[in-house]
Structure formats: structure tokens, C-alpha cells
Design a protein around this ligand. Structure first.
Ligand SMILES: [Zn+2]
Length: 376
């Protein structure tokens, strides 16, 4: 039986991005309410933990003092050109009330997860308020101010753990990838929509790390329209062998759900079954997993995907058909009784061949560049 901790505090509910902004901080609250209503905190081994605000000393493991000063100052209303040059106060990363408090608390939730894993108090930790993978050491970017996942990798690596960072958010996990670009102790793998078609415009196959880190950064760009079976083909062809060869001590898993079909910001055709399949593969590696949220701008679909993820982490998805029926009732989706799982999306032959043509070329390219480095 896996021990699983859900990390959340109602303190997080106090903060909101501006109303016109796509990032919805209420997703974690809705997820927790759904999990409670479905009794999904009741089984053996599972528990809840509260985050602790991440302090400056922790944040400085990834961010510069100058940047944190600017962020803290902007959040009190004193925003200037220097802050703007660091991405603070753009339309993507607006200044809002409680910005610093929110970011350092949401980050603290991921840090708590890393600490619970380091002290062997849990096998799985899930912080749905985390996953701010775009923030750089001195840059707010892509709705992200403090890079909690990069910090978690830094904290785990500092304690001598080999970290596999896997990012399935539809956008390139640039902040983390470049943060560990020259290091062989943190392998970053990001699967994301073709950067020619989506923010942040980076994460090509050729970006494989540098120096001692060469081969330890893996970018898997997938074409517009990528569907479940194609996505899993890339995952199985690339991620599974690389993860096996790297043999990590711990996995940090950024589970942005914006790859789902009908996400308003992206163009893939995934269903949440993909995330369940990936989690089952990760569980088979037998290593602790620190999972976070991330993107996901269709709120209902995102909440359901993360609820499904929690059920798979806890082993419910395999064992309990009742959960499926109950999910359908709780979500008031009267026509669909599949519960938390999305129904399959039909793919036409021309959609299939367009995706596979590009995807097969990507898989080959990555194998050629990275596999030999790992003896594959
Ligand atoms: Zn995203």
C-alpha cells in the first residue's frame, strides 16, 4: 500500500489572480471538495498536510535576492521598471494583492512535500497548487512567480537524491529544464506541444543539456492535435527507457492538465486517461513521487483529471468500480457514467497520420541524440 499525502490549506483560498486572468487558484479548493465528497481521503495510507510558507532562505536556492526583493516590493504596491524587466507586472504575470504571500505559500506546499519524502513519511505527495515551472531565477513568466518545482528538485538534489523531473504540462517546463541544464543529478523530461505553436517557444529536441548535464535534459515536443495513443507512444518509447536507465531516487511530477482536449490555451486532444496511464507507469518504478498541479484552464476538466490522478496514486482507480459511478453522480454528469475518467475522443485517419508523421520523426531524433549517452 502506498502512503499518499494531499497538501493544501484554506489560506490559499484568500488569493486570486485578477478576474480576467486564466489562472484559477480555486482549482485546488474545488479538487479537495470533490475528493472529500467522494470519500477519497478515507482509505488507508492517505492523509492531508498543511503547507508552511517558504522562507527567503529556501526561495534563494533557485531565485536571486534581487528578484525576490522586487517581487516582495511589487506585492506591496511599489512596482517599478526594474521589476517589469524581470517579468513582474506583465499581463501574464500581473501584480495582485497577496501575490508574494500566495506564491510563497503555494511553494511551501511543494517544499513540505519534498520534506515528507526526504524523511520517508510518505510515498506520494500531491500539491495541486504547485507546478509553476516557467519562473526563472530572475524572471516571472507564464503565470509563474516562484518556481516551486525547481526548488523541490534543488532541495532533493542537495540531499544527494537523484531526481527525475517529469513535466506533462502542455507548455515546455523551461524554468526547470534550464535551471538544471548542466547537471547530471537532475534529469528533466518535458513533454509539450510543439514550441513553434505555443508559449514559451522553447523545448526543441536539440536542447539536451550541456557539459556534465548533456543528455540529462530531454524535450519531447508533440504536434498539435496529439491524441492519447500517440502521446503514450512517445512516453513509452522515450520516457520509460530513459527513466529506467537513469534510475532516480525520487520523481518530481508536474501534472499540468492543459494538454486535455478543450483546454482554451492549447491544442492537444488528450483525455485524462493519459495521466492515469502515466501515473501507473511511474508507480511501477517504485520510487517516491512528488506531484504538483500546473496549467489547466478548463477548470472542470482539470479538477476531474487531478481527482483521477489522486485515485490512481491511492490505488482506488484499479480496485473500486464504485468510485467510477460515484464520480459521475458527484460531478452531475448525468449522461456519462464513467466517473472521473474522460470518454475516448474519436480520431480520424487523417488526424492520426498527421500526428504520427511528425511524432515518429521526433522520437527518432531524440533517440539518436540522447539514448547512447545513457547506454540505450
Ligand atoms: Zn501549461
Amino acid at each position: 500500500m502506498k502512503r499518499a499525502v494531499f497538501i493544501y490549506s484554506s489560506e490559499l483560498e484568500k488569493y486570486h489572480y485578477p478576474p480576467e486572468h486564466p489562472f484559477n487558484t480555486d482549482r485546488a479548493k474545488k479538487l479537495r471538495a470533490l475528493l472529500h465528497s467522494m470519500g477519497m481521503f478515507d482509505g488507508p495510507g492517505r492523509s492531508e498536510a498543511a503547507p508552511v510558507v517558504a522562507q527567503r532562505g529556501v526561495l534563494e536556492k533557485f531565485h536571486s535576492a534581487r528578484y525576490l526583493d522586487a517581487l516582495q516590493t511589487a506585492a506591496t504596491g511599489k512596482w517599478d521598471l526594474e521589476a517589469l524587466e524581470m517579468g513582474i507586472g506583465t499581463s501574464d504575470c500581473p501584480v495582485f494583492k497577496g501575490l508574494y504571500e500566495y506564491s510563497s505559500l503555494a511553494t511551501g506546499a511543494t517544499v513540505v512535500g519534498a520534506e515528507l519524502i526526504l524523511s520517508d513519511k510518505t510515498d506520494i505527495a500531491f500539491n495541486p497548487s504547485g507546478g509553476c515551472h516557467h519562473a526563472g531565477p530572475e524572471k516571472a513568466s507564464g503565470f509563474c512567480y516562484i518556481n516551486d518545482v525547481a526548488l523541490a528538485c534543488a532541495i532533493l538534489a542537495e540531499k544527494g537524491r537523484k531526481v527525475l523531473y517529469l513535466d506533462v504540462d502542455v507548455h515546455h517546463g523551461d524554468g526547470v529544464a534550464y535551471g538544471f541544464y548542466d547537471r547530471p543529478d537532475v534529469m528533466t523530461i518535458s513533454i509539450h506541444q510543439n514550441p513553434r505553436t505555443l508559449f514559451p517557444g522553447t523545448g526543441f529536441e536539440e536542447e539536451i543539456g550541456t557539459g556534465a548535464g548533456k543528455g540529462y535534459c530531454v524535450n519531447i515536443p508533440v504536434p498539435v492535435g496529439t491524441y492519447d495513443q500517440a502521446y503514450m507512444k512517445a512516453f513509452e518509447a522515450l520516457v520509460l527507457p530513459l527513466a529506467g536507465a537513469f534510475n532516480p531516487d525520487v520523481i518530481v511530477f508536474e501534472l499540468g492538465a492543459d494538454g486535455l482536449a478543450a483546454d482554451p490555451l492549447a491544442n492537444l486532444r488528450l483525455t485524462n486517461n493519459v495521466y492515469a496511464d502515466i501515473i501507473n507507469h511511474l508507480l511501477e518504478l517504485g520510487r517516491p513521487i512528488l506531484a504538483t498541479g500546473g496549467g489547466g484552464y478548463n477548470v472542470e476538466n482539470t479538477v476531474r483529471a487531478w481527482a483521477l490522478a489522486w485515485s490512481v496514486f491511492c490505488g482506488d482507480d484499479k480496485n473500486d468500480a464504485a468510485i467510477h459511478a460515484l464520480g459521475g453522480v458527484m460531478l452531475e454528469s448525468t449522461e456519462w457514467m464513467g466517473g472521473l475518467r474522460d470518454r475516448q475522443i474519436p480520431i480520424t485517419d487523417s488526424q492520426r497520420s498527421a500526428v504520427l508523421h511528425a511524432l515518429d520523426a521526433t522520437i527518432d531524433k531524440i533517440k539518436k541524440q540522447v539514448f547512447t549517452i545513457h547506454g540505450l
